[in-house]
Design a protein around this ligand. Structure first.
Ligand code: AMP
Length: 185
């Protein structure tokens, strides 16, 4: 079983739900940069105050800010981990590669979960987060297509990418994730 993983996919595709399921089943560290940033915002830390305005607009926060969070968490993690919502652009992916080289812990697999925009928008409107108004959702999808989607080619070129269909029930998607991770890829 692969144990150092990245989930890629547009907002609303179910990454967070699937990541939480897999991590509780496999005892991996679930590292969601969005969740960690929301915790900083709620605690009104300096980092949270810097991030809040950008997050509410659907913009990405600065690479340095996110990298500091990820580096701290991965440096102390001795078991498996799953990155959910990171990396979000090519420069974050390069920085991650450098960090993992230093830690001698290469990525085992990157799963790209895909779904049509209209279904994504419907799902996110139901979720009702403060950054989930229709206008901001459409903007976040645009940011995803522009900045994050290039990572699909990036990881495909490295030979670690598998595509997962995001349609169907939570169980169906989690089964297909589990099968992919158990196979030799
Ligand atoms: P998420 O919960 O992954 O949808 O993230 C919510 C928001 O947090 C995003 O819209 C960004 O503003 C910010 N965020 C989360 N992860 C990152 C990241 N890796 N790089 C930059 N911004 C991020």
């Amino acid at each position: 079983m692969k144990e150092r993983l990245i989930f890629l996919g547009p907002p609303g595709v179910g990454k967070g739900t699937q990541a939480a399921l897999l991590c509780s089943r496999s005892k991996f560290l679930h590292l969601s940069t969005g969740e960690l940033l929301r915790a900083e915002v709620n605690s009104q830390t300096l980092l949270g105050l810097k991030a809040a305005a950008l997050m509410n607009k659907g913009e990405l926060v600065s690479d340095d800010l996110v990298l500091s969070i990820v580096e701290k968490q991965l440096s102390f993690c001795t078991g498996g981990w799953l990155l959910d919502g990171f990396p979000r652009n090519v420069s974050q992916a390069r920085a991650l590669e450098e960090l993992l080289l230093k830690l001698h812990k290469p990525i085992d697999a990157v799963l790209s979960i895909e779904l049509d925009d209209e279904i994504l928008i419907e799902r996110m409107l139901l979720r009702g987060r403060t950054d989930d108004t229709e206008e901001i959702i459409r903007y976040r999808l645009e940011v995803y297509r522009q900045k994050t989607q290039p990572l699909i080619n990036y990881y495909s070129d490295l030979g670690v990418l598998s595509a997962i269909k995001g349609e169907g029930s939570v169980k169906e998607v989690s089964n297909s994730i589990f099968e992919t991770l158990s196979s030799s890829m």
